[in-house]
Design a protein around this ligand. Structure first.
Ligand SMILES: [Zn+2]
Ligand SMILES: [Zn+2]
Length: 253
């Protein structure tokens, strides 16, 4: 499974792009930096978008993507998320105030975007993928996605604090080949991390202990200003295969 990191930082600054991941060219997970990271023709090739939650660093590229692809496709792009996420986008982002409602442009019959609510805990098919959304623990309602293709499953975790359901679910996924997961703050900001529903290297290690085996782990969503401190602490996390995701890089799972 091709997994291209368009952006994976926990903040936006020169050289640091917001989370957005392109899987096999057609499926996008979160939209943070998609509009600035991909050529417009590649943006128009995305058929499905999975949103982990409504926060702006994960949804902020959607208005620009919609604007860029207007009139370039014969079918709408399907935007998938749990109902609270889609409600948040509909009410607060593409709400005809901050930006136009692209589910009615150019017309309600032939829109640029359509919203599709996803179930939690129940696998569903999306193009060549089987997706399972599992609730995590964040400041707003948020899910992680298990993405399976050709007998290989990737666990993509958006923002989360300490949580249990994803690890419970992972125990029943023998073909799990990788985990992409956030670590936003250094250990000295543990209290802020806990309060805001994020991880530090210390709490990441405790989370990974909940899994019954060693699976390659790819960390992202580091705050740009705190990056060096977080990286130093991640080196002390006792895991054989712990990596930090690199922006602009293509991974194969
Ligand atoms: Zn968030
Ligand atoms: Zn975030």
């Amino acid at each position: 499974m091709k997994y291209r990191v368009l952006g994976c930082s926990g903040g936006e600054a020169p050289g640091f792009r917001l989370p957005s991941f392109l899987v096999e060219e057609r499926l996008l997970i979160d939209t943070g930096s998609v509009a600035m990271a991909l050529e417009v023709t590649q943006q128009a090739g995305i058929d499905h978008i999975l949103l982990t939650h409504s926060h702006l660093d994960h949804t902020g590229g959607l208005p620009h993507l919609a604007d860029n692809i207007l009139g370039t496709r014969s079918t709408p792009v399907q935007v998938h998320g749990i109902p609270p996420t889609l409600d948040g986008v509909r009410s607060n982002l593409l709400n005809d105030v901050l930006w136009p409602d692209f589910t009615r442009i150019p017309s309600s019959a032939f829109p640029t975007l359509v919203y599709r609510g996803v179930p939690e805990g129940v696998p569903f098919e999306l193009a060549e993928f089987t997706i399972t959304a599992i609730r995590v623990n964040h400041a707003v309602e948020t899910v992680a996605y298990f993405v399976e293709m050709e007998g290989r499953t990737l666990l993509h975790v958006g923002d989360t604090g300490p949580t249990d359901a994803i690890w419970r679910h992972a125990r029943g996924v023998p073909d799990l080949v990788g985990i992409c997961i956030e670590t936003t703050f250094p250990n000295r900001l543990q209290e802020i991390a806990d309060y805001s529903g994020h991880l530090t290297p210390r709490s990441l290690e405790k989370e990974l202990d909940k899994l019954d085996r060693d699976v390659p782990v790819y960390v992202y969503h580091l705050k740009p200003a705190l990056r060096a401190e977080i990286l130093a602490e991640l080196k002390r996390v006792r895991r054989q295969a712990l990596h930090v995701l690199e922006e602009g890089t293509l991974y194969r799972f």
